[in-house]
Design a protein around this ligand. Structure first.
Ligand code: AMP
Length: 209
């Protein structure tokens, strides 16, 4: 089965994506993670990431296109952070059509602006992929990863001035995307304000249908 996870920065998409792939054995494609990985090779990507602006559509669509060339795609996947706008959604449809793949559901995890700012500014991450929150999900030792004992860092684009720009971009692009998936009856609303377990329960109930 194949799914898309939509929602504002800080909605918990990454956390829920990890829960889903662990429990349902599917692939996780996060364009944010792919771009952060790629920024070491391509300095122009970093400029976009640091400013909170979207990376040009062509660049992200190419990354996704390439990934979909691999055979393991048949295992099923969860797309996280892509598509981000209508143009990307339309391009995704073309890629999927050419591979004869269908999306089963599009989950939209909504949380309000204030909650998102609080969650993001408190987020700390580790290079191993673990993610924490300074008050809501603190590590055992302040600033140290529970799993690999490396120092935790704050993503540059999680800093307050950048996050406001990321939100402005998000709000402009999300409305048409929601309408698009509603129209083709794929959209499922998920209450992202509930706790992690509850949000996962909501998502799983649709995966198990
Ligand atoms: P995320 O980890 O999904 O919050 O993404 C972090 C940053 O990566 C975003 O602020 C954008 O600069 C970039 N990004 C991630 N996904 C996309 C996408 N689908 N299109 C354009 N830029 C993206």
């Amino acid at each position: 089965m194949n799914f898309i996870l939509l929602g504002p920065p800080g909605a918990g998409k990454g956390t829920q994506a990890k829960n889903v792939i662990k429990n349902f054995n599917m692939l996780h494609f996060s364009t944010g993670d792919m771009l952060r990985e790629g920024k070491k090779l391509d300095k122009t990507i970093n400029k976009f990431l640091l400013s909170g602006r979207l990376v040009p559509d062509e660049m992200v669509i190419n990354i996704i296109k390439k990934r979909f060339e691999r055979d393991d795609i048949k295992k099923g996947f969860l797309l996280d952070g892509f598509p981000r706008n209508l143009r990307q959604a339309e391009q995704l449809d073309l890629i999927l059509e050419s591979k004869n793949i269908k999306i089963d559901k599009v989950f939209f995890m909504d949380i309000g602006f204030d909650e998102a700012i609080n969650r993001i500014t408190g987020r700390r991450v580790c290079e191993c992929g673990a993610s924490y929150h300074i008050t809501m999900l603190p590590p055992k030792k302040i600033g140290i990863c529970d799993y690999c004992e490396a120092d935790l860092i704050q993503r540059d684009d999680d800093k307050e001035n950048v996050i406001r720009d990321r939100f402005t971009v998000y709000e402009k692009e999300i409305e048409p995307l929601i309408k698009y998936y509603k129209k083709i009856k794929l959209l499922v609303l998920i209450d992202g304000l509930k706790d992690e377990k509850d949000v996962f329960k909501q998502i799983s109930s649709y995966i198990l249908q």
